[in-house]
Design a protein around this ligand. Sequence first.
Ligand SMILES: [Mn+2]
Length: 435
Amino acid sequence: MTMRVRLMGQVIHLHMPSIQWIIKALFVGVLLFFITNYLSKTTDRGPLKTESKRSEDSLFRPLDVATNQKPPVAGSGSHMSAMEAGNVKTRLLMQVQRDILRNQKRPPDDTYNINVTLSDNTSMDREIPDTRPEVCRTFSYDVDKLPAATVVIPFYNEALSMLLRTIHSILWRSPDKLLAKIILVDDASTREYLKEPLDRYVRLLPKVELIRNEHREGLIRSRMRGYRLATSKVVLFQDAHTECNVGWLEPLLDDLMKHPQSVIQPFVDGVDRLTLEFAAPPTYYRGAFSWDLRYTWLRLPEHEQIRSIETGQPFFTPTVVGCALAVRKDYFDHIGWFDEGLNVWGGENIELGFRTWMCGGRVVTITCSRVGHVFKEFPYQFDGNKEEIVQKNLIRVAETWMDGWKKYFYPDNPGVRLQAARAERGRTEVARRTD
Ligand SMILES: [Mn+2]
């Protein structure tokens, strides 16, 4: 059977088998088209699959809740935070963060006395409740008229994620213009994760400088080392396990502009050492001291607390808290810094409180500035005998500032008597040996 087809004046005889072949060829063609199309799509999907696997694998997922949350913001209106303005390579930063946290070799949680496992798995940029009194949110500050601040953070064998969260919270919640620098002072830490891994991370962050002590210097001398490098008008000293809340910086700077002769502190909120919950204390406290010169918290009288909550105004504080304080550089130079004759830790905040008040300055807590602090059982690690070092410091404070009031310090302090006795025994032994 043939079919005659006229094509361009020519008559073509087509045999049926040819027609069948043409139909078959067309069918195969269409089939091939669909197959290639399908294959090309699946090849496209290939890398996507790997990509999503990679991002699942990334820091965001296993290590935190981070990406599901809105980033925290700097306090003053549309001002960019130091982190936002810093052109941070977020992806790289996250990769390095994951890498250094996962590969760190650290002792178990109880060595730190905090839940480091939870901290490692919690976002460095987590959102925390705004604990300020309502009225503080209505205040606005002219960022252009406020001075910039340098934050000095000494650390010794700190948990890595705690330290990073401290830095992140400052970078996210400080307007770029108001943050001059963060100076980290490594007080000769021995843990490896604070060496090269931390260097690598810090290089990716804006405004962060890391210096290291060759030998243990203690908290006080480490702070002073950082202080001497600061060139901004205001300097803040902060612990390496703290978390700054929204709008924390502006009220501090504002107060120091209005009252230059001040040593001030933010209102210290609590970060639970086991649950990491960030919360304001149920009642307001101020830093004070007992007669043995230990730091204590004294409940603020009710009328003072009400006034502070309603007006957002600062309240007077006998002594400064250890974990976060701010001072103008010109004033701190004038009153003579921390007493560097004090060793490691202990007494320095009471000493600074005494000195400031007695030299005509003022110490206040800024209600509208909130900084969370992890209260650990051991505030700072000691190389030597902790009690002995602290007692020695306190005796120095008492001898320097208490004059006639010393008589209340010594009897109230059995530790000092013990130490004095031990020192006496030591002297006798040395005398016997040198005889
Ligand atoms: Mn602390």
